[in-house]
Design a protein around this ligand. Structure first.
Ligand code: SF4
Length: 451
């Protein structure tokens, strides 16, 4: 009997990489590789890497060391590295890591089946060429036939913004939007298989279509997606504050299928730091856009990213960041200590905030955010929320889903609710989730005298 070939994919970094990993699994299933969660049994291990933060980059090197042992004793195992670290390092990875077989860049996913076939015959190869035309988004099949309640759909890739701390424009290439007809076709097929929610993905998603002729802008795309029969909710990430346009804000007011949540990274609350970051907006403009979003969709949940310890950040700048956080009232915040990415604009600034100061600021910021998040979660207790039920939680004892504002809710109920939008009464708030009960379970409890 021929043993099936097993594929193990480890994903680092952002949602874009998670989506790329799904595509890798779909592509390689067509050449006989089936996913496994057990790396020790795999015939092909792929590390899909990220170099936006320093930590994921380090993790890649330690993972490679971990998998080296699996090749001992002459066992045939193909080891591949893709994503941003692969794009940055290219052939150098093959030169430095003798047990590595394949390096593929961010624009080369579609070449993987052929690269794997050649690696099976003993070749070691690297492909990191950039394709700067919209063709690149259609070069590999995105339709994997998988179901689920909620799916990600790439609508654009790359970035032209060159924020001074960021490596993305160098490793993901120029901004390119996918054709809207392709996006609508893909989501229509997903909806026919029972998908109820889609998250439109891009490094800078709300600049979708601005550089393409004959395509809608992002607000137009959002309206088209929301009109697809069967699609109940539409989300999108990541948005750039400078590209939050009045038509996009109007979508929050006019279209209930557009979820009441936006991820809108400020990165700093200091005018001076924002200017050095080359973000293209100031504190005042950011807060004006937040106010317009809150007016368009009362109760909208806002999440963001923040960097502490950027070159030249003094205590007063940091205080501006803390006050911005309180003013916005972020539902959640991803926060990082600045670290130099070589080749970026900020690499030319002295990295002059001491490591201990960065750490201390990060701790203060995270403490404040925990407080804001918990207060926000508590404000939902006693309310009824519409929850899109996604599945059974990790412990296997309750269902879980998300509110329109992207808060996770756990509650008891029958699995038949999975895939539906259910009204849930919120009874308790925790740091990272809410607890609730459906109307039916409330009625049952009331009937039995428990309430
Ligand atoms: S907008 Fe700025 S931070 Fe975001 S990917 Fe582009 S360069 Fe990086």
């Amino acid at each position: 009997m021929i043993r099936e070939k097993l594929l193990y994919v480890e994903t680092f970094g952002c949602q874009m990489n998670v989506s790329d990993s799904e595509k890798i699994v779909a592509l390689l299933s067509k050449v006989g590789y089936h996913p496994t969660q057990d790396s020790s049994r795999a015939d092909l291990i792929i590390l899909n890497t990220c170099s936006v933060r320093e930590k994921p980059e380090k993790k890649v090197y330690s993972s490679l060391g971990r998998f080296k042992g699996l090749k001992k004793g002459g066992r045939r195992l193909i080891l591949a590295v893709g994503g941003c670290v692969a794009q940055q390092e290219g052939e150098r990875l093959l030169e430095n890591i003798p047990y590595l077989d394949i390096v593929f860049g961010t624009h080369n996913l579609h070449l993987l089946p052929d690269m794997v076939r050649r690696a099976e015959e003993g070749a070691r190869l690297a492909e990191t060429g950039f394709i700067d035309s919209e063709e690149r988004l259609d070069l590999f099949p995105v339709e994997d036939g998988a179901g689920g309640v909620s799916r990600f759909v790439t609508v654009m890739q790359g970035c032209d913004n060159f924020c001074s701390y960021c490596i993305v424009p160098y490793v993901r290439g120029r901004e390119i939007s996918r054709r809207s007809a392709e996006i609508i076709r893909e989501i229509t097929e997903m909806a026919e298989r029972g998908v109820r929610e889609v998250t439109l993905l891009g490094q800078n998603v709300n600049s979708y279509g601005l550089k393409s002729s004959g395509e809608p802008d992002f607000a137009g795309l959002l309206r088209q997606v929301a009109d697809i029969p069967g699609i109940e909710r539409v989300r999108f990430t990541t948005s750039h504050p400078k590209d939050i346009s009045p038509p996009l804000i109007a979508c929050f007011a006019e279209n209930v299928k557009v979820c009441g949540h936006i991820h809108l990274p400020a990165q700093s609350g200091s005018e001076a730091v924002l200017a050095r970051m080359n973000r293209g907006y100031g504190r005042k403009e950011y807060l004006e856009k937040i106010a317009a979003l809150k007016a368009a969709r009362p109760g909208i949940q806002i999440t963001g990213d923040m960097i502490v310890g950027f070159p030249g950040e003094g205590e007063a700048d940091f205080q501006d960041t803390l006050s911005l956080m309180e003013e916005v009232g972020y539902a959640d915040l991803f926060s990082f200590k600045y670290s130099v990415r070589s080749g970026t604009g900020a690499a030319g600034y002295p990295d002059d905030v001491a490591g201990a100061v960065k750490q201390e600021r990060l701790s203060r910021l995270q403490e404040l955010q925990r407080k804001i998040t918990l207060e926000g979660n508590r404000s939902f207790v006693g309310t009824i929320q519409e929850v899109l039920v996604e599945g059974v939680n990790r412990r296997g004892d309750q269902l879980f889903g998300r509110t329109s504002g992207n808060r996770v809710v756990n509650f008891s109920g029958p699995p038949s609710l999975i895939g539906s939008i259910t009204e849930v009464a919120i009874t308790r708030a925790f740091q990272n989730s809410l607890l609730g009960e459906t109307r039916t379970s409330r009625q049952l409890a009331a009937a039995s005298g428990i309430l």
